[in-house]
Design a protein around this ligand. Structure first.
Ligand code: APR
Ligand code: PHB
Length: 390
């Protein structure tokens, strides 16, 4: 088998890259370790920046997003028992769209199937070779057979635990990491949202986030200890804890109900540099992880693959190597800014017992300053709605 671009991983990065390459008339194949249903079973954040919405439109995959996504012009910060609105649209002229990442993945998969582009789900023993020379390839087992996919380039879209980054010699890659001492316990439930916009809360009991998937479905989170297990959290315990972290008037209005999904996610900041190794290009979670505060993960991934698709289009269709040569530098410049924002927002909103009372007072002073200063709110809003793609 031969193709121009072998894409490893069918998460949002690999699927969006495939859609953009299809548009550019570039032949490609996706190789995914899991089944499509397994990939669709993963629940992740749900806030899209305008840049990501535009890319999904460009890929011809924006119809349902426009019909069902919820445009949000602002969100609330909550501390000291009160809510304060950050007017995203008033401050930046931009808004975000609340639409589950699972739905983005579903839309991309459906379009891909309709286009009849090649995807190998359930591939085993996936390995990459030759990317430091001129003839890279991806090998894997599928349907009881061993396959070798020769290609011009490999796109490593295989997430944090993937094989692509792990195949780079240790001396060629530098990694930067921060692990946070807590997790997020999240639930999905079919109840009306407590508020029509998102609420990010800093309470003495820890962080809370009231998000949603629709007018009848919520995604709520509370900060929890890293060693907690989902089994430790009955629905009753979750609702009681969530309520205690809300301002009294919101707690009174809160509608509770049975959850149909509950999971605990650890929080991590991680960047691998560079994002190119010869003919291997990393994109999305394979190259970087952000903590979910601010929902930058999918948006960063979309930015990476847009740059990569553009660079591959230049290479194949305009015979220019400039975009590929500058991919890593351009992508990382945006990645580091989103890493900084996600780290800052995480640091501002969570309980860090090891920082003691001084740390708590610093958070409080910064939150009060934010609520008084249009300049500080603008800086926050500008990052939240997303920085421009270069
Ligand atoms: N071979 C083939 N596929 C693999 C391999 C492998 N060895 N290892 C992992 N994969 C697949 C995973 O099963 C997964 O479907 O690569 C895919 C990577 O998808 P994500 O982890 O979702 O990463 P990415 O597509 O970069 O998504 C970025 O979306 O999923 C979120 O948290 C993520 O918000 C971030 C954004
Ligand atoms: C979500 O809806 O799951 C979500 C929203 C905003 C975040 C993180 C997660 O910052």
């Amino acid at each position: 088998m031969r193709t121009q671009v072998a894409i490893v991983g069918a998460g949002p990065s690999g699927l969006l890259l495939g859609a953009l390459l299809h548009k550019a008339g570039i032949d490609h194949v996706i190789i995914e370790r899991q089944s499509a249903d397994y990939v669709l079973g993963r629940v992740r954040a749900g806030v899209l920046e305008q840049v990501a919405v535009d890319l999904l439109d460009e890929a011809g995959c924006g119809a349902r997003l426009h019909a069902e996504g919820l445009p949000h012009d602002g969100f609330d910060l909550c501390f000291g028992g009160r809510r304060h609105r950050i007017d995203l649209h008033g401050l930046t002229g931009k808004r975000v769209v609340v639409y589950g990442q699972t739905e983005v993945t579903r839309d991309l998969m459906a379009q891909r199937e309709q286009l009849g582009r090649r995807t190998f789900y359930g591939a085993e023993e996936v390995a990459i070779e030759g990317f430091d020379g001129t003839s890279p390839a991806v090998t894997f087992r599928h349907g009881g057979q061993t396959h070798r996919l020769a290609c011009d380039f490999i796109a490593g879209c295989d997430g944090y635990h993937g094989v692509c980054r792990a195949s780079v010699p240790a001396g060629a890659i530098q990694t930067h990491e921060k692990v946070y001492p807590f997790g997020w316990l999240g639930i999905l439930a079919d109840v009306p949202p407590v508020h029509h916009e998102l609420i990010y809360g800093n309470s003495e009991l820890g962080f809370m986030l009231a998000s949603m998937r629709s007018a009848t479905r919520v995604r709520y989170y509370v900060q929890c200890p890293l060693d907690d297990r989902v089994e430790d959290w009955s629905d009753d315990r979750f609702w009681a804890e969530f309520k205690r972290r809300l301002p009294a008037e919101d707690a009174e209005r809160l509608v509770t109900g049975p959850s149909f999904e509950k999971s605990i996610a650890p929080l991590r900041s991680f960047v691998a540099e560079p994002m190119r190794f010869g003919r291997l290009f990393l994109a999305g979670d394979a190259a970087h992880i952000v903590p979910p505060t601010g929902a930058k993960g999918l948006n960063l991934a979309a930015g990476d693959v847009a740059l990569l698709a553009r660079a591959l289009d230049e290479h194949f269709n305009a015979k220019s190597g400039e975009g590929l040569a500058r991919y890593s530098e351009r992508a990382l410049s945006r990645v580091w800014k989103a890493e900084r924002f996600s780290w800052w927002f995480t640091s501002l909103m969570h309980d860090f017992p090891e920082n003691g009372s001084f740390g708590r007072r610093m958070q409080r002073a910064e939150l009060e300053y934010l609520c008084q200063s249009t300049a500080a709110q603008t800086a926050m809003a500008e990052n939240y709605v997303g920085l421009p793609l270069m």
